[in-house]
Design a protein around this ligand. Structure first.
Ligand code: RTP
Ligand code: MG
Length: 142
């Protein structure tokens, strides 16, 4: 399996609950390396563009409001099978259905405030990484 990159967000609810370190620990324990990271407070335009695939859906406006409600941590994770591995660590979208021990089962309040984002496919990972990071901001490890 080739080394892959995925894009991750620690959402405003989890940042506000002081869970950055706990979540980073889970990534690193699972063998994912953090090769780029920053904290930012998304503008409405940034959040709308990031979630453009969901425009028109009933939850879109609430999602944009939530994602701009406070600072987030954005990061690039690198490792074998990183996209799928990160989605496994996160658990499914709705924390009520997420497997025990996953980030969403442990830390999410609801489907609308669900602690983390992770890219769902190679094409979205590439788009999302480029949305927040330039090439020179990414530091691959040996
Ligand atoms: P994410 O993009 O945030 O990693 O989450 P995901 O892939 O698991 O879910 P996605 O379908 O991409 O939806 C993006 C976010 O929109 C909210 N959502 N609400 N009420 C609903 O039916 C509903 N469906 C999606 C969630 O907060 C989800 O994380
Ligand atoms: Mg998604």
């Amino acid at each position: 399996m080739a080394i892959e990159r995925t894009f991750s967000i620690i959402k405003p609810d989890a940042v506000s609950k002081n869970l950055i370190g706990a979540i980073y620990n889970r990534f690193e324990t699972a063998g994912l390396r953090i090769v780029a990271a920053k904290m930012l407070h998304m503008t409405r335009e940034q959040a709308m563009g990031f979630y453009a695939e969901h425009e028109g859906k009933p939850f879109y406006e609430g999602l944009v409001k939530f994602m701009t409600s406070g600072p987030v941590m954005v990061q690039v994770l690198e490792g074998e099978d990183a996209i799928r591995r990160n989605r496994e660590i996160m658990g499914v979208t709705n924390p009520k259905e997420a497997l025990a021990g996953t980030l969403r089962a442990c830390y999410a309040d609801s489907i609308d405030r669900n602690a983390v984002h992770g890219s769902d496919a190679p094409a979205s990972a590439a788009r999302e990484i480029a949305y927040f990071f330039t090439d020179s901001e990414i530091c691959p490890r040996a």
